[in-house]
Every structure is written in structure tokens, then in C-alpha cells.
Design a protein around this ligand. Sequence first.
Ligand code: UD1
Ligand code: UDP
Length: 366
Amino acid sequence: MKTILVAFGTRPEAIKMCELIKELKSRGCFRVKVFVTGQHRGMLKQVLMYESIMPDYDLDIMKIGQSLSYITAEVLRGADAVMTELLPDIVLVHGDTSSALAVALCAFYRGIPIGHVEAGLRTYDRSSPFPEEFNRAAIALIAKYHFAPTSEARDNLLSEKIAPEDSFVTGNTVIDALIKNIDERYTSEYARLASGKNLIILTVHRRENLHKLEGIFRAVKRIVLEHPEVCVIYPVHKNEKINITAKEVFFSCPRVYLTETLSAYDFQNLLNLSYIVLTDSGGVQEEASYLGKPTLVLRNTTERKELLSNSCAKLVGTDEEGIYSAMKEMLDNRDEFLKNMRKADFLGCGNASKIIADILEEKLRN
Ligand code: UD1
Ligand code: UDP
């Protein structure tokens, strides 16, 4: 029986890998081992507990204010010990995090094939997202199998001379998780807070936006104060800097509800109830666009370019004035925007994990 080591370290990777882990385990023909780096702690545990996934290995490296070099060095060292003990036949990593890069590098040094889930997204700007653009492109250089979520992502890989027979369009596994979680009868205390209001969901966490937080929050506050019909639910990332700034700017601001990070179940169902989504997150852009929610992206560029070309999302940058005017315009012209918008059905239809598992079954058999 072939051994597959599935490795990740952060919340979004966990959300996007859990369905794949379950699918691989259900096949009965693989020995599947789960390796978490612990780049995130609370936010990772929240997903693993909800999904009832117990890691076989946990490096538990997270420390407050961790640097990129610290994460990469600790994961590289720890991954080497795990691979020495397990001798996996293949290692699966996801996306663009420091955990994914360091685990992939370790597998590469040991001559173990790498499967890269969510491969091929590109901005072709190394400074944005930073350092994720580099991480994802670097993993492509050493991966054996490339699981691209869309045909555009696979085209990027082909243009970089990745072999066509090693790259596959699979859909995005986040849609597997989303479809499983969406419940049209969903209710909760958060949903009740938003009842009768135009709900805006806000998330912010990118490293390159940490010095822009105040302006972003001030723009949201101005909009809320001018629009009594609007309320905001903002689950604040556990990064301490974000927490402190959010509490300062939104202190006593009516109809802005700061919450702890929510379970993916609660969060995705709130997205489904929302009117507009304001985010710098990769995964949230995808989920909101799949649900057909007008999405304003707090960045100057995105590696999910199809979301722009299909009018699912709009880049609004990170400056206060720009965000304020884009939100105002969206609130005033939302119906017009929706008329031109296509739901992001090109991201997948809930079977990406199954497609990836089918490919692995065939490849590992040979
Ligand atoms: C990382 C990923 C990013 C991903 C994001 C998801 C890299 C380079 N970046 O960025 O691609 O979009 O995760 O959220 O890998 N923290 C906690 N508790 C937690 C999680 C984080 O306190 O459960 C704190 C950490 O101590 C750290 C800070 O948040 O100081 C930032 O976390 P880190 O993983 O270093 O970077 P992210 O910005 O989260
Ligand atoms: N998410 C969550 N709880 C929250 C906010 C977001 O479970 O309170 C989920 C969301 O559904 C999405 C993922 O976290 O699947 C996105 O993670 P994040 O924004 O941290 O990282 P990115 O996608 O930008 O890498």
C-alpha cells in the first residue's frame, strides 16, 4: 500500500485539504498520514476539531510575531524528521504558504514526489501577494503533479513549461467544503444580528496590508455611519496587530460586530447571507464569488484573475478613500453590478477532491 503524506499548517490549507484527506482515506488503497506544521495554532485546531481530523504529526511551531524565516526553517527541520520516520511515497502540499514551501523543499531534497494542490495561480508580481506568489511558483518548479483549480491556472503552468501530462484541471477543493457546509436554513446569533440589514462581511489579514489596516477600517466605519441599513460582521484574524487595530478603530461603532474567528460552517453560511463581501483573502474571494456575492478585494492585484474577468470581484486597493468610494458605489449600484456578474461556477462543482484522488490512484498504481 502506498503512503501519502498530506501536509499543511494554516487555516485555509486545512479547510481546502480536509475533504481530500477524507476522500483519500475512503479509497482503502492508500495509507494516508496527516502532518500539520502548526504554523497556525488556534485557527488550525478550529478546523481540525470541526472536521474530526487528528493529525499523525504536529510540529506545533507557532509563536507570536513569527518571521517568515523562522517558519520556513522550523518546518524544514521538522519535516525532515517526519519524512525520515515515515518514508512516504508522495507528499501533498497546498497552495502558497511558508509551510507548503518548506515541506515541498524537504520532499524535493529527499527525492520524494510532490503533489501540489491549487497549483498555477499567478499574479506574476513577486511583491503581491508576498511572499505567497514566490512560494507557489517555487513549488511548481519541484512538484511532480500539479492540480490546477481552473483551466487558466493550468495554462499558466503550461506556459512555464510544466509537462501537460503532469498537470490537471481539478476544480478547487474549497468548493467541496463550501457545498458541504452551505445550509439554506442556517440560523445563529450572528445571522440574527444581521437580520433585516444589508450584511457586509469583512476579513483582512495579508502581511502586505498590516500597515494599511487603519485606513481600511476607517473606510468601513464611514460607510456604516452613513448607511443605517448596513451592518458588518468581521471575524478578526488572530494576528495580534490586527486585533488591536480593529478594536481601536471600531470601538463603540454601531452595527460593526467584531467576532472571534468563526468555524468554516458559520463563516461560509454568513457569506451566503451577505450583501457585499470586503476581503483580502484568497479563499474568501473564491467562496463569495461562487455564492454570487459582489466581492470587493482589498488588494492591487489578484492571482484569481478569472474572478475579475467574469465580474465576480473588483479590486479596490488598500487606501481609505479608494475603499470608501468603491463601497459607496457598490452599495448604490449593486443591482447593476449583479446584472453583469457571473457566479464563479468555473471554480469547481464540489468534486475536486474526488478528481485528485482518482488521479493519484492511477499514478501511484503505475
Ligand atoms: C499565513 C499565510 C497566508 C495565508 C494566511 C491564512 C504564509 C507566508 N502566509 O499568513 O498565505 O493566507 O496564513 O490566514 O504562510 N496567529 C495566531 N493564532 C493562529 C494563527 C495565527 O496567534 O491561530 C498569529 C501568529 O502568531 C502570527 C500571525 O498570526 O504572528 C500571522 O500568522 P502567520 O502564519 O505567520 O502569517 P499569516 O499572515 O497568517
Ligand atoms: N474562514 C473561517 N472562519 C473565519 C474566516 C474565514 O473559517 O472566521 C475561512 C473561509 O471560509 C476560507 C478561509 O477561512 O475558507 C480563508 O482563510 P484566510 O482568509 O485566513 O486565508 P487565505 O484564503 O487568504 O489564504
